[in-house]
Design a protein around this ligand. Structure first.
Ligand SMILES: Nc1ncnc2c1ncn2[C@@H]1O[C@H](COP(=O)(O)OP(=O)(O)OP(=O)(O)O)[C@@H](O)[C@H]1O
Length: 559
């Protein structure tokens, strides 16, 4: 056979050649190649949008397509580091043996031929079945991976489905491609601009993202193919208006939120570490101003923990009647004191047995109750008031305070030994005014989307919320939005008049927050143009009254 007729090597053959060339030895073990925890968190933060889209749009589809199958879906960055994973727990335990889990890097250089690393090296989708893996220890796996491309066509990472080789089936590559396209479409719809759907009927339509003047800002993979085959005239596409919509849409913007993500075992960084501490029985102390979300965090941790089916008991120590603090906490036997119930009372600590106990405002506990609590924590047993029989209790303890407990220790109003008992890990929650502008914007959008998805903030209202110091933190923000939703009901927009916030010195005006203002302006104009200038129809499409619509037009005229 002449040389030119030799079949070109397959991606697997090329990969093996690279591995041999690097001096990897098949019978040896692959290098561990684990990221330090801090590095993993930094990468997850860097890829927050990618991970959020993965969780919101890809995982539900994956769960439907591959429910009950022994496989894992892995989201990796451009170096093959696993950022998030989901799927069958039984298979996860096998996968754990070879460190196929978050924080491990699966590039070819350390792991030899494998779907993640080889898809990255080849920049194409790849399937690596059983013994095609370079290292013999990986041959129980069959993996299918598809590179992920950002709206600008840059390689972002890889999506991989790994399964037990015995359960592999031929559809995996198609499935992972479908999931990758879903993820890429979601990412494209997050970029601000005009999204042109060239075939709006199709889920896999070519999509282009255009700027105000028709310039090309991005495309999905079908869109890039389309661009390779058609002349591009962005202005014409905008004029045609077919399949055109302004993105991100309200629902999608809400999906950008920083709230409870599920990056495999954990959640966002603020939750992962405390959750790990709790799971190891280490007591948490959460400090933060009132309304900053201390209880919200505990509820989220409970919902994510292995004790989610067990009780979560939250006690506000400051609200306990002074003369009944101990009886309420530790319980009592019948007739222990005058006015006691004849059958006694279990008390909050025993009610939390097997679950999580949150002692909110722990700084309010009187000193005798502190002493008794310390003994419970040391002995892991409660002696109810009026009894001499200690009863074993097992709860994870979370304490919270808006007061500076260390200062209270120094002042002698809080026991030092108790302080060290409850403070195995100290988690501080920043006040809302210390959050970054994008973080606050995302929280606002999230809360609003939950309260009334039909309502949007005018840019002025958004500015007002961002500029207000909100000393009551998330609670105050939530209340202000709840009131505004009632006042603006049916009008489509919340404007500053709907925001009942006390006048206090404003924070410096945030910069770089013109996007929402611009978007709402464009939305009104765009809808009006689509409806051929028919205000009634445009207002109906936007779900607002004609009067409100005119108000928007008038305001734009003034701006
Ligand atoms: N990240 C968040 N996302 C959505 N809602 C939140 C968030 N953080 C707090 N909240 C909401 O804000 C309100 C106040 O939160 P929470 O009760 O947890 O604050 P706290 O710090 O425990 O307050 P306090 O010190 O007064 O007890 C609650 O309605 C809670 O659901």
């Amino acid at each position: 056979m002449s040389e030119s007729l030799q079949p070109s090597p397959s991606p697997i053959q090329r990969s093996w050649q690279r591995c041999l060339h690097q001096g990897l030895i098949r019978q040896q073990s692959a290098e561990l190649d684990l990221l330090p925890q801090g590095e993993l968190s930094a990468r997850q933060e860097e890829h927050r949008t990618l991970i959020t889209c993965f969780q919101r749009f890809v995982l539900p589809l994956f769960a439907q397509l591959l429910a009950g199958r022994p496989c894992r879906l892995l989201l990796c960055d451009g170096e093959g580091a696993i950022l998030a994973a989901s799927g069958d727990d039984g298979f996860a335990r096998h996968a754990e043996r070879i460190f196929l889990r978050s924080g491990a890097r699966w590039g070819e250089a350390s792991k030899g031929t494998n779907a993640i690393g080889t898809a990255l090296a080849e920049q194409s989708e790849v399937q690596v079945l059983g013994a095609q893996h370079f290292f013999a220890q990986h041959s129980f796996l069959s993996c299918s991976a598809c590179p992920l491309l950002g709206p600008d066509g840059q390689l972002l990472g890889v999506l991989d489905i790994s399964t037990d080789a015995a359960h592999h089936d031929g559809d995996m590559l198609g499935t992972v491609r479908l999931l990758a396209m879903t993820l890429e479409n979601a990412l494209l719809a997050r970029q601000p601009g005009w999204l042109v759907d060239l075939d709006p009927q199709s889920l896999w339509s070519a999509r282009l993202l255009l700027g105000e003047g028709g310039e090309l800002l991005g495309a999905n993979r079908a869109g890039r193919l389309w661009l390779g085959q058609h002349p591009f005239d962005g202005q014409q596409l905008l004029r045609d208006r077919r399949g055109l919509r302004l993105v991100p849409e309200a629902g999608e913007r809400a999906a950008r939120l920083p709230l409870p993500s599920a990056v495999e075992e954990g959640g966002s960084q603020a939750q992962q570490v405390p959750l790990k501490m709790l799971e190891r029985g280490i007591s948490l102390l959460i400090e933060g101003e009132t309304g900053s979300g201390k209880e919200h965090l505990v509820r989220t941790l409970h919902a994510r923990s292995s004790r989610r089916e067990r009780p979560l008991v939250c006690v506000n120590c400051g609200a306990l009647p002074a003369d009944l603090v101990e009886a309420e906490l530790f319980g009592y036997v019948g007739g222990a004191f005058s006015g006691a119930r004849s059958q006694g009372s279990q008390g909050y600590l025993r009610a939390a047995h097997g679950g999580i106990l949150m002692l909110d405002e722990i700084g309010e506990l009187p000193l005798p109750a502190q002493t008794r609590l310390l003994r419970v924590l040391q002995e892991r047993a409660v002696t109810p008031v009026g009894s001499h029989r200690p009863e074993a209790v097992d709860f994870w303890l979370v304490s919270a305070s808006h007061r500076d407990l260390a200062a209270m220790v120094a002042a002698g109003t809080f026991r030092e030994d108790l302080y060290y008992r409850i403070c195995g890990w100290r988690q501080q929650l920043a006040p809302l005014r210390a959050w970054s502008v994008p973080e606050r914007q995302e929280l606002i959008l999230n809360l609003l989307a939950e309260m009334d998805p039909a309502l949007q903030l005018t840019p002025q209202a958004e500015q007002r919320l961002l500029a207000h110091p909100l000393p009551g933190n998330v609670r105050q923000l939530k209340q202000a939005l709840e009131v505004a939703c009632v006042l603006a009901e049916g009008q489509g927009w919340i404007d500053p008049a709907h925001l009942h916030l006390p006048e206090v010195a404003a924070m410096p005006a945030p910069r770089g927050t013109t996007t929402l203002r611009e978007q709402s302006r464009q939305r009104v104009q765009q809808t009006l143009a689509e409806c051929g200038g028919n205000v009634s129809e445009a207002a109906r499409r936007l779900g607002i009254s004609r009067t409100t619509f005119y108000r928007h037009l008038a305001r734009e005229g003034r701006e």
